[in-house]
Design a protein around this ligand. Structure first.
Ligand code: HEC
Ligand code: HEC
Ligand code: HEC
Length: 386
């Protein structure tokens, strides 16, 4: 994987052999270290270099994490991503959380960094192939965690507005939960804790501890325009007022519990064949926008890799209303193409259905949405009205 250019680094963007170097590094580090240990030539005590945050990150983290933009901008590139981008870490994280977490990283993403790489299929529904999901391998002592944090906090996105969320303002939690869970589709992909209940979907990061982890101004900005931070993120951009976004941000920032859904199953789920949608598709839409890829990236998380409405977000409290079964012709014939297009562009709420169906009109172009309608007709092998 190409970890991308390191800002200010002597290793520039034009470093052609870099990805190869990284692989060789990875292959050799193990044997070299054990050889040194065997020969008793392990250097005692850390050199100044080993305590410098930037050096540590470039040496020990850059093989997995991208430290410079641009983020993955094509579908294929996205599938290669092995770890979250860190090039705006200083804008995103709370300093204290980073220092603690880097000493003992707890999982944040139930379904891995790119959920599409960890799908299994069992009992008629998609499951996460848990044993394929990797956690962060950083496990630093306090001194190194502090040095690394110092450096990561310098990786900022200067374009983000700060001071948007004033700390300490009161808000109505029940009202915020209703917004998060009923009117908007947030709970479909994110886990939160309410009292003792842990609930929600799993295709996005667990938010039960987001108040400790994230800078509130960044949370606000991430909701406002997810694609600014990651052009191919499968979180939709949802239009809403400043007041609603602020309420959601306060709600998320109030979550400070390390709770997790227990997804471990007695029988590990076997990873299925790569999402087999192409089995359904006879041809791509003529104009080159790619409905199959869009369906896989944006829709499969809820509607399932078989289109049957049983995606990975179908968990405890994740999807209290079942997503439409897109391969069930008897139901699909009852919706006109206009209705399908409207539901996709404006979301469930706009067509008197569940708000769990997100609006995609701010994320996908009108053409892409039209192509998705054609694609749905291929999935159900049906036309409106029979
Ligand atoms: C073998 C690959 C790998 C290496 C090496 C690695 N990480 Fe990670 N890192 C991951 C993965 C995978 C995740 C996602 C974990 C999750 O979401 O549960 C992650 C998550 C993180 C996060 C949280 C990011 C976010 O957006 O939530 C930070 C911060 C982080 N790593 C820092 C580091 C640092 C610092 C180092 C080097 C000391 C490092 N990582 C080395 C794979 C790696
Ligand atoms: C269709 C799934 C989906 C929906 C719906 C969704 N998100 Fe997300 N969300 C994601 C994904 C995917 C990410 C980023 C994944 C990553 O960093 O690996 C994300 C990231 C976030 C983050 C940053 C979390 C972190 O630790 O990096 C916040 C905060 C967030 N979403 C809030 C919301 C809110 C509020 C809503 C409702 C308006 C919402 N999301 C709706 C999928 C979704
Ligand atoms: C966060 C989960 C989620 C995601 C992601 C999602 N959907 Fe849905 N979708 C739902 C739910 C839940 C329903 C059922 C709403 C109802 O019946 O009240 C639904 C219903 C639908 C319907 C039927 C609407 C109607 O009028 O009955 C269509 C069409 C649809 N989704 C298409 C898509 C497409 C295309 C995508 C990807 C671009 C997508 N969905 C992504 C959850 C989701």
């Amino acid at each position: 994987m190409d970890p991308g250019p390191v800002p200010g680094s002597t290793k520039g963007a034009s470093d052609v052999g870099k990805s190869l170097d990284v692989r060789i590094d990875r292959l050799l580090v193990g044997p070299i270290v054990s050889m040194m240990l065997a020969l008793g030539i392990w250097v005692d005590g850390a050199s100044a270099d080993e305590r410098d945050g930037r050096t540590i990150v470039e040496r020990e983290c850059a093989a997995c994490h991208r430290l410079g933009p641009p983020a993955a901008a094509t579908f294929e590139r996205l599938l290669d991503r092995t770890a979250p981008d860190l090039f705006y870490a200083g804008t995103k994280f709370r300093r204290e959380w980073l220092v603690d977490w880097l000493q003992d990283p707890m999982p944040i993403r139930y379904s891995g960094v790119v959920y599409l790489n960890h799908l299994g299929f069992e009992g008629g529904k998609d499951q996460i192939a848990i044993d394929t999901v990797q956690s962060c391998s950083a496990k630093l002592d306090r001194e190194r965690a502090e040095a690394v944090t110092e450096y990561l906090m310098t990786l900022e996105d200067a374009s983000m507005k700060t001071g948007v969320i004033e700390p300490g303002k009161k808000f109505s939690k029940p009202k915020a939960l209703r917004l998060f869970r009923k009117q908007l589709p947030c709970i479909g992909c994110h886990t939160v804790q309410w009292g003792k209940r842990i609930m929600g979907g799993v295709s996005g990061p667990n938010l039960a501890d987001a108040g400790n982890r994230l800078n509130p101004d960044w949370v606000y900005a991430r909701i406002e325009n997810p694609q600014h931070w990651d052009p191919k993120t499968w979180m939709p951009r949802v239009e809403m007022s400043h007041k609603k976004r602020e309420l959601l941000t306060r709600f998320i920032s109030s979550m400070k519990s390390p709770a997790r859904l227990d997804l471990e199953k007695p029988d590990a789920v076997v990873q299925g064949p790569a999402v087999p949608m192409s089995a359904f598709v006879t041809r791509e839409a003529a104009n080159g926008s790619d409905p199959e890829k869009n369906y896989r990236l944006y829709c499969v998380q809820c509607h399932g890799s078989r289109g049957n409405g049983r995606g990975i977000n179908d968990t405890v409290g994740g999807l209290s209303v079942s997503p439409k079964n897109h391969v069930y012709a008897e139901e699909m014939v009852q919706l006109s193409d206009e209705e399908l297009g409207m539901a996709i562009a404006e979301g469930g709420d706009a067509v008197q259905k569940s708000g769990l169906m997100p609006p995609w009109g701010q994320t996908l172009s009108a053409q892409e949405i039209n192509d998705l309608v054609l694609y749905l007709r291929q999935l159900c092998q049906c036309k409106a009205g029979g």
